[in-house]
Write a protein that binds this ligand. Sequence first.
Ligand code: IVH
Length: 752
Amino acid sequence: MAAEPATPEDRAAALDAAEARTRLAELARLIARANAAYHSEDAPEITDADYDALKRENAALEARFPDLKRADSPSEQVGAAPADGFAKVAHAQRMLSLANAFDDSELRDFVAGIRRYLGLGADAPLAFTAEPKIDGLSLSLRYEDGKLVQAATRGDGEVGENVTANARTIADIPHRLTGAPEVLEVRGEVYMSHADFEELNTRQTARGSKTFANPRNAAAGSLRQLDPEITRARPLKFFAYSWGELSAPLAETQVDAIDRLDRFGFQTNPHTRLCRSADEMLEHYRHIEQRRATLGYDIDGVVYKVNDLGLQGRLGMRSTTPRWAIAHKFPAELAWTRLEAIDIQVGRTGALSPVARLAPVTVGGVVVSNATLHNEDYIAGRDSNGQPIRDGKDIRVGDWVQVYRAGDVIPKVADVDLTKRPDDAAPYAFPVTCPECGSEAVREEGDAVRRCTGGLVCPAQAVEKLKHFVSRAAFDIDGLGAKQVEQFYKDGWIREPADIFALQDRYGAGLQQLKNKEGWGEKSADNLFAAIAEKRSISLKRLLFSLGIRHVGEVASADLARHFATWTAMAQTVDAARSAGTAARAAEEAVATERSRAADEGRRAQITATRDAIWADVPKEARAAWEEITGIDGIGGTVAMALVTAFGQEAERASIDRLVVCLTVEPEEAPATSDSPVAGKTVVFTGSLQKMTRAEAKARAEALGAKVSGSVSAKTDLLVAGPGAGSKAKKAAELGVETIDEDAWLALIRDG
Ligand code: IVH
């Protein structure tokens, strides 16, 4: 009997064309079967070596007989992922990011803030873990019945990319766990060591392939490969440091939970310490900082987490970050370079922002040629109160300047070297007219920023507003990004948001058609029209955020939407409040003038009288509307003023109205728990609470679907009054608003 050919290549060489055709079909079937068993069913039927042999034989046959290459050739396949990219997966629990502290005092503030939130005295024990912040990319691994069933990147925190096939190739990631809860999502960081990074780049260079700028990019590029076999060849590592969905708690403390992950077989960071005070946390920070260069992988700071998981639960989270953790970043990296020019960019709200154009310089591994100069005072060498910064040194074109970066933050110009200043360098004259539209650019009292007064007439403002409108947290229209908006604006197709929704009617057919435009075709045009149509229905909070009104960001938009529920209710109240807004501004200005004239006690009464006199002229309904807006928890006079101003400006209002008629604004639903006894109720907290802090009370009430307001009105359903409740309790009694104490409140929400 003839000996079996030794290698897959030998096997391929032994076949003629007819045999090769049959064998290629067989290989396609075998490899597809092996892929399915491995990727989708988590039950590999052949060894990795046998799998590799099949793929090699297939490749060798295709090389010998290129004409026989099949349409479904396994060499063109990309594992479990769809060919056009990764499938999307919704995270069972959001993947959060971390708030940052940039110096010791911010870390101390964090600790003090937690004590305040939890109502803990300065001496009550409170422990934190401190561990390196790994500079890689986060990954969530889902185990069901101890089996790895899914791996997903962070994405936008809510939806990530399914990289399961790739994650399975990482040696640090176990495929099976023993003794784990039925459902366990392990979260951590994928990273590449310095040594592996160097070696990879050397290999890439030798092969003529692209090299990576830093280990983080290399790790991200390697994990996000459509062919898991490429990921397998890349030396990725994984540290576990947190978790998502769990069917049973892992432990009572962070330290013990991480210890369990360690015992399940995950790598956990050996430089994790338990600290009992801010001093100990800072001490460990310095300890890690000193070892940074010898760890063998990139870190960019230290992460602190409250150790007691019960307390973590009480602290909960803000919109994208937990209250119980913070990242303490290492100081920014610095470099010196020449300032070649100062350009002015005009933003969405008309702000004139000076941008430094620099001779390119590497700062922390990244080439920097632009940096922010903040505003005109910053260039002149003073802060917003007129006090000198940089010892009063101004910044001039031609100067040598120091540039720094902190994490992903835009580079900044920090300092200037006067010894290198060219003789002919002149002080920078900040423009007083808009460089984009020529309108006057003014600085209002108390505003550090000079703004173009052109409004929608200014093309820069109009384009920036449109870019904001289509951005991810706003309308997020597939296929309509900043680049497209700029082009459409230039061509005169889209001048304001409402034009987006008229695009198909105007340019779907006829002489000027989108599909005939450069860069577009029938399919992409149809896709865009479909994506736009899909967004005709939009939530109130997104719509509000999209309008790009100054001071009305995502958080304020959500607060307003929760309170008003519908667009009509909101618009009516804002319109009704307009004259009160004017009065509020006049009152504030009058008060400021009085104060600056004389700050002595004797003038107090006069100031109050001035304010009262101004308010006395405001119609009752306007005042009630103004109070309703400013009474919303989280919304103050600044946001209220910005709203009434935007709604009161004729051109802007007309543009908003033209938009709203194109849309179906979904009324804001009360968050989940409609069965909670406080869902949909307006609750006010007053007096001093004993068992929880005000912030905690608010967060819990909102989580149960209640609206929390800062003031009592006829719309208040419930007043929770602690000891020392004063005017609010009185007003509630007058209005007949139900009033309960803290214990009754706790019983109410517990039973619900
Ligand atoms: S904890 C809920 N611990 O930093 C808290 N994150 O800037 C989840 N990171 O998205 C994060 N090292 O990708 C945590 N030891 C560590 C970390 C860490 C790196 C990353 C993580 C996160 C980002 C936030």
